[in-house]
Ligand binder design. Structure first.
Ligand code: ADP
Ligand code: ZN
Length: 739
């Protein structure tokens, strides 16, 4: 018997092995131990009946079959196969994406235990009778009494009950403490406090209508895609929750995808109120152990809903009736390493196979999804108003050209924004300030020779981090870092100057303009350590920070009711990039960030600083006019032949030398043109916009066309023809960015 096996090794396709007589015959999805060169690896059986033209004797035998049943459900193996094929990736590396970490046999490590507090008879008596309890003790007891099985002490601590208080209640015999073996539960670490009087609130008319329609669609038990387009603060999450709960009642399961790890705790806590213990989390921020435990519970059928980031689309969940992709337009759904899949699109394929409903939610849907909705492939449902009739933020634009002319060229915070922040500080309200660029200054240049400080490995200038003597120039692509020199490295002139600015500078300017304000920064540099992001967000939510400065990380999803001002420092940061999605991204980012203001009882303002006040994506974002933006942008895409009107494959060849990259790319381009026979267009080769990265030159070919199948086949065939170049080529099907 011959089998095809996917082994977790980059670039490799399926390998063939022989199952020796007498060995258990494996099934699709089972793990097998197989020899690979000098090593042995654990792979997943993908096909037990491959059509192959090889003699059994020429094939190496399987060493061991680890499972009698499928370890990875067949459905997920097939989804991985589809993903590998569609995205022109190796089956091996794609299988890695669907496996839980540490699947090698049984784990020897000890199980974790936790103390669980539950209410005693004396405790109930104390609560109902007249026992002397401090208000805090009463709160704690009520919390414990509210659950049938008790609460783990870390959960109690997370909800503000001190460990010593628990101890005192236990000594008085009001609660009992027992030691329990636990599955490593990621909720314990990431639990967020919730204002949870929300169970029975009234849905808005729009929510009712959308939910009703979605329940009908889900109830049909067929594959459907719905686009839930709802302005920021219109209560999409509430719709997801109720829909998920209805699907569970109907006996099917739910997959809830969010774009970022940072958004999972809040979403998971909400789902936990409905799903209790039958909820799992899957994302790469969990420890391997946590992920493994959760994966196994899903696999065993103990879970009805999974909340996670893009890789959760491969969760071993059966009987899926609903997949929600929240913020479906978000670039984080696209994996920027092989397999370069888009979690949203894989979700749609998965739902198609499962006969499930997909809900794509967004205030600013991707052009692709809107296009599909208008073509009748998806059903569009609208939430046009915020809950409780809260108004959208009033947006005003500050033309920075005028500001520079009046105040001077070094302005970071306009007068209008400074005043608005001051007013918030006075009223004890909060402000969010966005600049989608990290660092203190964007470049260092020499006044004498005009040169700039560049990364020695990449074709970009170094970004200045820090101030004074601590200044360093850093490459945001390869992390190269160097102390900023006193003299120009090329002409030795002493006239080095900084230009441009990033979030660090904005933070410094806010502090300078508002002494005494509690200012913090949220960007990738500020949240290096695990858990730092969550801590910063909860400090902001708790009101311990007045002004939060940050990159697009602050724009997404978060619900901060006390924010009444959003400032955007340079709204046009992204517009300069040589990327066909630049306008779309700018529009989405501005709409999202403006949507962070005024989500509580007080209305919000947004102030947008820009050098291009007339650009359509800035104008229309300020007016929050999605439909007008869509029409305008679609015209541009049509004229330029870009998605969603055509499909795109970005093909990049890397090499140590420029000539090498261009030469190899030229070969590929020629072969692609031969394969194309006018079914698609091949552009290039040309130096990629990011022409050099980590010491390698990059040449780019763009393939555009409407016949995806032909494009994919051509790509596969030209790559197969040049196996020697496999390690140096990047094939990106449906690329998110083309740098
Ligand atoms: P969106 O995801 O559409 O931006 P959210 O789902 O975050 O909006 O909802 C915004 C806020 O409104 C949240 O605090 C949510 O709890 C609250 N909310 C949602 N639905 C209702 C409702 N029907 N009545 C009152 N508040 C609601
Ligand atoms: Zn670099």
């Amino acid at each position: 018997m011959l089998i095809s096996v996917a082994v977790p090794v980059p670039q490799l396709d399926l390998l063939t092995y022989r199952v020796p007589d007498g060995m258990t015959r494996p099934v699709v999805g089972a793990r097998v131990v197989v020899p690979l060169g000098p090593r042995t690896v654990t792979g997943i059986v993908v096909d037990c009946n491959p059509v192959l033209d090889v003699a059994e004797a020429d094939v190496k035998p399987v060493r061991q079959v680890l499972d009698h049943e499928a370890f990875v459900p067949t459905e997920v193996v097939e989804l991985a196969t589809w993903t590998a094929e569609y995205y022109a990736a190796g089956q091996g590396e794609t299988i890695t994406a669907v496996l839980p970490p540490k699947t090698r046999g049984a784990r020897a490590d000890a199980h974790k235990t936790v103390r669980v507090a539950s209410i005693t008879a004396a405790g109930i008596e104390a609560l109902t009778g007249a026992a002397s309890l401090t208000p805090r003790q009463r709160d704690a007891l009520e919390l414990v009494a509210g659950t049938a099985v008790g609460l783990p002490t870390p959960t109690l601590v997370a909800r503000g009950v001190g460990a010593d208080a628990i101890g005192r209640l236990a000594r008085r015999g009001l609660v009992g403490l027992r030691l329990e073996r636990v599955e490593r539960d990621p909720f314990l670490a990431t639990l967020v406090r919730l204002v949870s009087d929300e169970q029975d609130r009234q849905l808005t008319k729009e929510q009712v209508r959308a939910l009703g329609r979605l329940q009908d669609l889900a109830g049909a038990g067929e594959f459907r895609v719905a686009l839930l387009q709802g302005v920021t603060g219109s209560g999409k999450t509430e719709v997801y929750l109720r829909l998920a709960s209805a699907v569970q009642r109907a006996g099917r399961r739910v997959l809830m995808l969010v774009p970022e790890i940072a958004l999972t705790p809040a979403m998971a806590s909400l789902f936990r109120q409905t799903f209790g213990d039958r909820l799992a989390i899957q994302h790469s921020g969990l420890s391997d152990g946590e992920r493994h435990d959760q994966w196994q519970r899903i696999r065993r059928g103990e879970i009805d809903a999974v909340v996670g980031t893009r890789s959760a689309v491969f969760a071993p969940l059966s009987d899926i009736g609903l997949i929600v992709v929240d913020e479906e337009h978000d670039g984080s759904y696209k994996q920027e390493e092989s397999p370069r899949y888009n979690g949203r699109d894989v979700a749609i394929v998965r739902a198609q196979r499962a006969g499930a409903l997909v809900v794509l939610g967004s205030a600013t849907p991707s052009l692709e999804s809107s296009y599909n909705a208008r073509a009748g492939k998806y059903e569009r449902l609208l939430l046009e108003r915020r809950v409780l009739d809260r108004p959208l933020a009033a947006v005003s634009i500050v033309d920075m050209r005028e500001e520079y002319a009046t105040v001077g060229p070094d302005v970071v915070l306009s007068r209008a924004l400074t005043q608005a922040i001051a007013a918030r500080l006075e009223r004890k309200e909060q402000s969010l300030i966005l600049l989608n660029r990290r660092g203190f200054a964007t470049s260092v240049f020499c006044r004498q020779c005009g040169g700039t400080l560049e990364c020695p490995n990449c074709s970009v200038s170094l970004v200045v981090h820090g101030e004074g003597s601590a200044r360093r120039g850093r490459c945001h692509y390869c992390n190269y870092s160097v102390r900023v020199p006193k003299a120009c490295p090329s002409c030795a002139g002493p006239y080095l100057e900084q230009s441009g600015f990033g979030t660090e500078r904005v933070e410094a300017e806010v502090k300078r303009a508002h002494p005494g304000a509690r200012v913090a920064r949220l960007d990738r540099d500020a949240i290096g350590r695990r858990g730092a992001l969550g801590r910063l967000l909860s400090r902001f939510r708790d009101g311990d920070i007045d002004v939060l400065v940050g990159t697009q990380m602050i724009a997404k999803g978060h619900d901060f009711p006390r924010v009444t001002l959003v400032g955007v420092i340079s709204a046009d940061v992204g517009l300069g990039l040589a990327d066909f999605r630049a306008s779309e991204r700018t529009f989405q980012l501005l709409t999202q960030v403006a949507g962070r203001a005024g989500r509580g009882e007080r209305p919000g303002d947004a102030i947008v600083q820009t050098l291009f006040p007339d650009h359509y994506s800035i104008q229309l974002a300020c007016r929050q006019d999605y439909d007008a933006f869509y029409e305008h942008e679609l015209k541009f895409r049509r004229a330029m032949r870009y998605p969603p009107l055509v499909s795109l494959v970005n093909f990049v060849v890397r090499s140590r030398t420029f000539a090498g990259a261009m030469g190899d790319a030229a070969d590929f381009a020629q072969n692609l043109r031969q394969e194309s026979r006018d079914a698609f267009r091949v552009l290039g080769p040309a130096p990629a916009p990011l022409g050099r990265l980590r010491g390698e030159y990059r040449a780019q070919i763009l393939i555009k066309g409407t016949n995806r199948k032909r494009m994919r086949e051509a790509v596969r065939s030209v790559i197969a023809g040049r196996h020697d170049l496999a390690r140096r080529t990047i094939v990106d099907v449906d690329p998110f960015n083309v740098l």
